[in-house]
Write a protein that binds this ligand. Structure first.
Ligand SMILES: [Zn+2]
Ligand SMILES: [Zn+2]
Length: 127
């Protein structure tokens, strides 16, 4: 396998294994198990190419550096949970009904984004 392909495969399988949005450092830590020579510069380069290919999608949380998720995950409507203990971001299934009730008269909503904050199960039980 080509070096570049091998790196990309390792990064893709890191996303699949995690099942949640990952930042560059998290990707590096996970993908290094398959490709020990991987470094952060390579991760950034590969992520850039994967964005261009629409294989991954950036997840932007207010005031945070970007994380990424697979395009297949991004295509269904979902929201995110950010753990304040370990900084991990998780996907949430489902949505909230009745958001339009928050709108003042005459306002039109074209989209929404919801982020929940707290501690994840792994961190909550270790406190
Ligand atoms: Zn956590
Ligand atoms: Zn929603």
């Amino acid at each position: 396998m080509q070096r570049q392909t091998q790196q990309r495969v390792a990064i893709e399988s890191a996303f699949v294994a995690a099942g949640r949005p990952l930042g560059p450092q998290e990707i590096l830590d996970a993908a290094r198990e398959q490709v020990p020579s991987l470094n952060l510069a390579t991760v950034y380069r590969t992520l850039k190419r994967m964005i261009e290919d629409k294989a991954i999608h950036p997840v932007e949380l207010p005031g945070e550096s970007a994380r990424y998720e697979l395009q297949s995950a991004a295509e269904h409507h979902h929201h995110h949970f950010r753990c304040g203990e370990c900084d991990a971001v998780y996907d949430l299934e489902g949505c909230v009904e009745g958001l339009h009730k928050l709108l003042p008269a005459g306002f039109l909503m074209t989209g929404h984004d919801i982020v929940l904050y707290g501690s994840c199960a792994a961190c909550g039980t270790s406190l």
